[in-house]
Design a protein around this ligand. Structure first.
Ligand code: NAD
Length: 258
């Protein structure tokens, strides 16, 4: 059996992933703000360090895979800290530990929102690894109200998918034999979308932005299954990709642009 670290394990996609992996006989160390084996705040550099150190300790020094699900969609710069730096810094810390596994794997959760309009300036600041600058740009967007502030979310996911492409072929990941990928869900029934999907107007807005002609909104276990495969021993060569698991939303929106 394998040892997995799963962030965001207390709710939604992370919780479904932790449960699925446990059902399959694996050891799972969950990381979340509360209700997890490791309770830590991935929005700060200190929190990321504490989370990584404690998780490795609980794992007894052997980590086979990390699945980073923790994320928020608030129209504020905190979203950039959790969704981008809370994933990339956390994974970079754990990559040398994973390298000791026979079959190390890393997977992150991006989003259909990675394809939505975003702030290229903010995306660049994240990819440059400059969290203070990214927070500053994100705050300027937030100051213009929730609609512009929302750009923090698609920007964080665009940067994350682009980081996966770059990092997957680096010494730290490819060089250590670690396939690194992202899954981009469509609309998933979790705490994140509950409020939005509670009214017909909300549902209409969501479905206009993310049309899902195949099987509609998904349960979190649907995403968990593909995360689990990407993090399994079976995946030796799939790397650098963002896999859209979205009921056809990407095919609907992007069409022939491929
Ligand atoms: P969720 O709110 O159910 O779960 C997110 C979890 O992340 C929560 O348990 C939360 O406590 C944790 N978290 C938030 N901030 C944290 C922090 N600073 N430190 C540690 N943990 C923190 O949401 P979900 O829908 O399961 O989202 C999981 C991932 O999927 C997110 O990255 C989200 O952006 C992505 N996603 C979700 C959807 C959707 O429709 N639900 C669609 C596309 C992408």
């Amino acid at each position: 059996t394998r040892t997995y670290i799963v962030t965001g394990s207390a709710s939604g996609i992370g919780a479904a992933t932790a449960q699925l992996l446990k059902e399959r006989g694996n050891t799972v160390i969950g990381v979340d703000l509360r209700n997890a084996e490791v309770e830590a705040d991935l929005s700060t550099p200190e929190g990321r360090q504490i989370a990584a150190d404690r998780a490795v300790e609980l794992a007894g020094g052997t980590v086979d895979a990390v699945i980073a699900c923790a994320g928020i969609s608030a129209p504020v710069p905190l979203t950039v800290s959790v969704n981008f730096f809370g994933v990339t810094e956390f994974l970079d810390r754990l990559a040398p530990v994973m390298a000791r596994s026979e079959a190390p794997r890393a997977v992150v959760v991006s989003s259909m929102a990675s394809l939505q309009p975003n702030s290229p300036e903010l995306v660049d600041a994240m990819l440059a690894g400059d969290e203070p600058l990214a927070r500053q740009i994100g705050q300027k967007l937030a100051d213009q109200g929730p609609q512009i502030g929302y750009l923090n979310y698609p920007s964080s996911k665009r940067a994350l998918s682009r980081w996966v492409r770059r990092a997957s072929i680096s010494e730290l990941y490819a060089g250590n034999g670690i396939p690194l990928n992202a899954v981009a869900p469509g609309t998933v029934l979790t705490a994140m979308t509950k409020e939005l999907l509670a009214t017909p107007e909300g549902v209409r807005m969501v479905d206009e932005n993310v049309p899902m002609p195949l099987n509609g909104h998904s349960e979190p276990v649907v995403i968990a299954r593909i995360l689990a495969w990407l993090a399994s021993e079976e995946n030796s060569h799939l790397a650098g990709q963002t896999i859209y698991c979205d009921g056809g939303a990407d095919a609907s929106l992007r069409g022939d642009d491929i």
